[in-house]
Design a protein around this ligand. Sequence first.
Ligand code: MG
Length: 384
Amino acid sequence: MKQTGVVILGATGSIGRNTARVLECHPDRFRVVGLVARCNTEELARQAMLFRPRLTVTTDPERLPELRAALPPGLETATGAESVLELVTAPETDMVLCAIVGTGGLAPVLAALRAGKRVALASKEVLVMAGEIVQRELDTSPGGSLIPVDSEHSALFQCLAGRNPDELRTLWLTASGGPFRDWSSEQIAAATLEDALAHPTWAMGPKVTIDSASLMNKALELVEAHYLFRVPPERLKVLIHPQSLVHSMIELNDGSFIAQMSKPDMRFAIQYALTYPERSAAGKLPELDFSAGLDFDFRLPDRRKFPSLDFADEAMRRGGTLPAVMNAANEVAVEKFRRGEIGFSRIWSIIEQTMAAHEVEPQRDLETIHAADREARVFARELR
Ligand code: MG
């Protein structure tokens, strides 16, 4: 079997490190063509020595000497956006896994799609900010395809496989509900950073963990699902499922539900995106243990306590630059909360005020989106 050439963007983050673990279990199936990361030189060098890619890239030029010094001769290093674009469009690259946090994934994902590559997408920002542009790229570039790596979207993708879209009633995204699920509004308003970082089921980076506590993570995922599956907002719903075993489900027009479940471990979604349409037993993924009994709870979210889902509805309905603005305002607000400048509930009002002040424009090109993003950040930063 021909090895699949893979480029990993964001190799040292939580998704990137889990991807490395999956790839390690499939040495014959995949060849790592390139590794890209920004700051964790030590982990980047570790992976480079393990996989021996053609090129190892740090996007921070100041870290290049450090990376170079950490690698033996014969392992090429580089920095800069150009080397990333070269890697994702290279002939030996079959697939690009994008797990870059923030806006850095936009240009390489679009370039990879245009070059006809399969993109395994973990970066929420790509579809949230530029969903309409990504859709246009997918419609016009032959061969390019997008496979979700977010656990909810991977679940929906698996449930939808080969199904007639006319038979679909609703996509149900599950959410753990985060640590504040059963807290009162007063308790949430007084929550500390430590409280927000105590996620009950998933081990993730700090930004995503805070987004889970505010349900902004689910808001971003609704927008992502809207653009990825081309489903209108009224067919997208959220269900709180504290055990995080059912990763999402679809409801069909006869009232039947189809769900995907597994232990909450990102390697399931990562491995499926890498091996799709096949499955692999080689990943040694954790098994569900029913011996002590397993409980499954489902309930609707409390939208008065968690206004994030309403922001997502508005962002989807109005489209254009508004989802990017929602995302930018959230990032600024989360930063302020992490620095102790604002209380937890202020995250929501900062997003609400920033979205209300924005004049929505169509997604003409990446520059329109970047401009809206910058403008929203300046506006949100000024808010106290
Ligand atoms: Mg998710």
